[in-house]
Write a protein that binds this ligand. Structure first.
Ligand code: C5P
Length: 233
């Protein structure tokens, strides 16, 4: 499994996204399109980025009744994205429905991963707001094994949990990890964070990096620093 850095393109418009990516002369970073950009621009932004040669992780975090998720995934599978996701908290049945919906008539499909617990959620919020009393690591591990049981390809989790997920679900089960910060950078609203180098050590397959790259004075240099720390070691 090739390690890679995925840039979270959390921008409000296609114009801003394309202007940002234009700075990466000669490079085609793997990009993540989240709710903000997709809700603003719709499927056309996915097609434009694919036409430009980017690999795309469409991060819409589906969570609904199984039938609705299955039908929505069928629509997304026609977009030729590389990775899509849903919430593991939607249950094993919902994840199975997601996989069924995503699978094209020829049997191919984008990679499908599940969000375990958002990296902005900590133990206290999980206990008080969600009434989930188990330790967060156990919850993440349980959600990851549910995702594996449903036939998914991996999970989105904190890099702090990547080693445990691999131990439980196998080395081939993907760990896609946001909550990445440089050692000398701002944490922002993320609670469970790690540097690109530490994420590499612990076995993350892909790191998702947003503001440390998008808000950097020199985004290309910040991206290259991520690649140096995470990929080229
Ligand atoms: O700016 P920052 O590096 O915090 O961006 C992280 C990105 O990863 C955001 O787009 C956020 O929606 C996403 N994400 C996350 N935690 C998850 C799943 C996705 O932070 N568990």
């Amino acid at each position: 499994m090739g390690k890679d850095v995925i840039i979270a393109c959390d921008f409000p418009s296609a114009d801003e996204t394309l202007r940002f990516l234009d700075r990466f002369t000669g490079k085609k970073p793997f990009v993540k399109i989240g709710m903000e950009l997709f809700y603003a621009e719709g499927p056309s932004i996915v097609r434009r980025l694919k036409e430009r040669g980017h690999r795309v992780f469409l991060d819409l975090k589906l969570h609904d009744i199984p039938n609705t998720v299955k039908k929505a995934m069928a629509v997304l599978s026609a977009l030729d994205v590389d990775i899509v996701n849903c919430h593991a908290s939607g249950t094993v049945r919902m994840m199975e429905a997601a996989r069924e919906g995503l699978t094209r008539p020829d049997g191919s499909r984008p990679l499908l991963i599940a969000v375990t617990q958002l990296t902005s959620t900590d133990q206290e919020a999980m206990e008080n707001d969600l009434l989930i009393k188990s330790p967060i690591q156990e919850v993440v591990a349980h959600y990851a094994s549910n995702a594996k049981k449903a036939g998914l390809d991996g999970v989105v989790c904190s890099p702090l949990e990547a080693a445990k997920v691999h131990a439980l679900c196998g080395a081939d089960f993907l760990t896609v990890t946001p909550g990445i910060r440089f050692a000398d950078g701002d944490v922002g609203d993320q609670k469970r964070v790690m540097t690109p180098a530490a994420a590499r050590e612990i076995g993350s397959d892909y790191i998702v990096v947003g503001r440390p790259v998008t808000a950097a004075a020199d985004p290309v240099e910040a991206y290259e620093r991520c690649v140096r720390e995470f990929v080229d070691r």
